[in-house]
Design a protein around this ligand. Structure first.
Ligand code: PMP
Length: 434
């Protein structure tokens, strides 16, 4: 069965398929952090549906919430009409948001995917400001539809002004930490006050508090506060893309809480749907000047996703999984950093909560080339991913050259599972280095 499915899908599926290419497994059962393949092999899942599964696979409270909607006879497809299920979801979601934000906020249901909500955020701020430009950062990832793609790292679009995202490791200025972040902030200020000829005035700035796909780059809190100040004084709405960082993943319910900033718009998806597709924007009510129908779409009322999402948000809140993510994440990062002393190919270990990245480099190439900075090691990273898989561990790679091993376990992982993840990764690294 296993081999047949893999063979047929590799023949039929598009050349653009992604995860299926590097993870040749056929999942047939899953619970918590464990996935079982059609070949009977079991894996610890550190990808969690690209950071979606805050409670892991098939959590009983999520399954129960879905069953309850089905058994109640409620309509499953209602476009964006008001329902008790939507009412419960909105109430629970607003209860998790910082008070100063939620007390004066509106929500727009956007459709199934994060990218859909990013588009809505862009439309909203363009309508509210009457301006058309966007400010986005190097290394950003916001989605695959036209607007979101244009705002993602590497894209070229005349409407988007690209700003430097602060990075400790491989900082383009050779300066990390708070000081590097301050220099990146001043760069941004200068660019806004002395714009390039032809760049349209900005309708908004979009940022990820921790860049995920870009290789797990946490923004310093001081920099987040500077971005808030820079945008506020220039009346540019600030859009926080918390599609991946939300729902406890970084050790705060929302990653903006680390810095204490209040954005104008929050883009939310992934974990808020409890493993089913759901995406929304929540924003300051003064921005609500767009026209009815400005962001329509057939699939904005997924009742099962809302019910699964309500159950997930409530479970994370009631079981303090945010604190758990902070503690376990710190423990895993410490162990990974200790591992780096024996493995010079670990260039950097970074992250926040259970959003962790291990950047792999080639120290020998640096020595050969006489360069102080070891170059990224894409071949090694791909080998580590495959060695992880052989040891029953699913990990994804991120960063510009796919050299950052990304760990996004469910917030429900046990101490033993956290230990097993680091052990297996260490073994895989040793094997790939040979
Ligand atoms: N924003 C961020 C920060 C993301 O990580 C992603 C997905 N990885 C998206 C937006 C796009 O979400 P989707 O894939 O659901 O369109």
């Amino acid at each position: 069965v296993h081999e047949g499915i893999l063979r047929r899908q590799s023949l039929r599926e598009s050349a653009a398929r992604t995860y299926a290419r590097s993870l040749p497994i056929v999942p047939v059962r899953a619970r918590g952090m464990t996935i079982e393949g059609a070949d009977g092999r079991r894996y610890l899942d550190c990808l969690s549906g690209a950071g979606t599964l805050a409670l892991g696979h098939n959590h009983p409270v999520v399954l129960e919430a879905i069953r309850k909607v089905i058994d109640s006879g409620a309509p499953l497809h209602v476009l964006d009409l008001a329902t008790p299920v939507k009412d419960a979801f909105t109430t629970e979601l607003f209860a998790t948001l910082p008070r100063q934000f939620a007390d004066n906020a509106r929500i727009q249901f956007c459709g199934p995917a994060g990218t859909d909500a990013v588009e809505a955020a862009f439309k909203l701020v363009r309508a509210a400001t009457g301006r058309s430009g966007l400010l986005a950062f190097t290394g950003a990832y916001h989605g695959m539809t036209a607007g979101a793609l244009a705002a993602s790292g590497g894209a070229e679009d005349v409407r988007v002004t690209r700003l430097p995202f602060p990075q400790n490791y491989r900082c383009p200025f050779g300066i990390g930490g708070e000081r590097g972040a301050e220099i990146a902030a001043r760069w941004t200020e200068n660019l806004l006050d002395d714009p390039k000829g032809g760049a349209p005035a900005p309708a908004g700035m979009i940022l990820e508090p921790v860049q995920g796909e870009g290789g797990v780059n946490p923004a310093p809190d001081s920099w987040m506060r500077r971005m808030r100040e820079i945008t506020e004084t220039r009346s540019v709405p600030l859009i926080a893309d918390e599609v991946q960082t939300g729902v406890g993943r970084t050790g705060a319910f929302w990653a903006i809480e680390h810095s204490g900033i209040v954005p104008d718009v929050m883009v939310l998806s992934k974990a808020i749907g409890g493993s089913l597709p759901l995406a929304v924007i929540v924003y300051r009510s003064e921005l609500d000047t767009w026209q009815p129908g400005a962001h329509a779409g057939t699939f904005r009322g997924n009742q099962l996703a809302m019910a699964a999402g309500t159950a997930t948000l409530a479970f994370v809140r009631e079981h303090r999984l945010t604190e758990r993510a902070a503690t376990l994440g710190a423990r895993m990062v410490a162990r990974l950093q200790a591992l780096a002393t024996d493995h010079p190919s670990i260039g950097d270990v970074r992250g926040r909560g259970l959003m962790i990245g291990v950047e792999l480099v080639d120290p020998e190439a640096a020595a050969r080339g006489g360069s102080p900075e070891p170059p990224p090691a894409p071949v090694l990273a791909a080998a580590v991913q495959q060695e992880c898989l052989r040891r029953g561990l699913i990990v994804e790679l991120g960063g510009r050259q796919a050299t950052v091993v990304r760990l996004l376990p469910p917030l429900t992982l046990t101490d033993e599972q956290a230990t097993a993840v680091v052990d297996r990764l260490a073994d895989a690294l040793a094997a790939a280095e040979r």
